[in-house]
Design a protein around this ligand. Structure first.
Ligand code: MTE
Ligand code: MO
Length: 305
């Protein structure tokens, strides 16, 4: 696949281009590519972007797919792009487990025929204080929760990444306890901003971005957005999550973007947008305060970081 250098697309151009290609069904934003992998991306016309503004230029496909965190492929930012060539995201299944009425193993291809893939342009803010703006394709996590049909005792969801050391060279080392796990409270998981992503820029996710299915929770630090998900388990207690387990004083379960609560070793007040030189001020809840602050009403955000 070839990506043109002209893909540092300003946000407004992206919108105009979207209008321009409105009539096409399988939309590819990367003009001139047709990999046949895009059948799932018959996106609907509503781009969810209401919290972005004209200062939010899209990061390029190149930036989004060469500067990554995905420790299963190594700890450096370019490792995921360089070391993920052997990973096989097809075929894929996701098991639904735990406190639900419909435990089952979902075939991803079949699941994607049942859901509507939408465009969601979101900011992604890493706990390391860099950020990007990414045009995702995906569907609300709530869709899978409906299929699972949780019992009333299910209060949290735990996600797990696949464990395949033969395909994921980083898993041969103990840089993290494998498999990578993450969790959400069930109301956070049901929130309409929370999506499972299958692609970006109209392309299926590349391996380094979490193919074939990864979580995106735009108001939380990046490590919540767990990649290459193989199971979704409904539980009654707050589940383990990889980074909070490793270093609980540095990474909390909630990990909401909060410019007022610093990481013990650095400030969370500003961030570096990839591709920019000058630092930006970090916004509360990454700019999604209007949408999500009600979820945390009355909670001490210094305690529940
Ligand atoms: N399975 C898994 N998921 C993961 C990670 C990881 O190491 N393994 N890294 C997380 C971190 S720290 C961030 S910031 C985001 C980065 O997503 P991106 O590479 O698509 O920008 O993925 C998250 N999801
Ligand atoms: Mo991160």
């Amino acid at each position: 696949m070839k990506i043109l250098p002209s893909e540092i697309t300003p946000y407004t151009n992206y919108l105009n281009r979207r209008k321009f290609i409105k009539s096409s069904i399988a939309t590819s934003l990367v003009l001139g590519t047709s990999t046949g992998l895009q059948a799932n991306h018959a996106s609907n016309q509503n781009i969810y972007d209401n919290q972005l503004d004209e200062n939010d230029s899209l990061n390029s496909f190149e930036e989004i797919t060469t500067y990554n965190n995905f420790y299963e492929f190594g700890m450096g930012k370019t490792d995921p792009a360089e070391n993920s060539g052997d990973f096989k995201p097809k075929p894929w299944s996701i098991s639904l487990e735990g406190l639900i009425n419909n435990p089952q193993v979902l075939d991803l291809e079949k699941l994607l025929q049942k859901v509507t893939i939408e465009d969601r342009v979101y900011r992604l803010r890493c706990v390391e204080a860099w950020s990007m703006v990414i045009p995702w394709q995906g569907f609300p996590l709530a869709e899978i929760i409906k299929i699972a049909d949780p019992l009333s005792s299910a209060k949290f969801i735990q996600f797990e990444t696949v464990f395949r050391p033969e395909e994921m060279p980083g898993q041969k080392r103990r840089s993290l306890p494998w498999p990578y796990v993450e969790g959400l409270r069930i109301d956070e998981a049901m929130h309409p901003l929370t999506i499972l992503s299958t692609g970006l820029y109209g392309h299926d996710l590349l391996n380094q971005s979490g193919a074939p299915l990864r979580l995106v929770v735009p108001w939380k630090y990046g490590f919540k957005s767990i990649k290459s998900i193989s199971s979704i388990r409904f539980v009654d207690k707050q589940p383990d999550a990889t980074w909070p387990m490793l270093a609980p004083s540095e990474y909390g379960f909630y990990s909401n973007v909060n410019n007022l609560v610093d990481h013990p070793r650095w400030s969370q007040g500003t961030e570096r947008r990839i591709g920019e030189f000058k630092r930006r001020k970090t916004m509360m809840y990454n700019g999604y305060e209007e949408d999500v602050s009600h979820l945390y009403k009355g909670m001490d955000l210094k305690k529940y970081y």
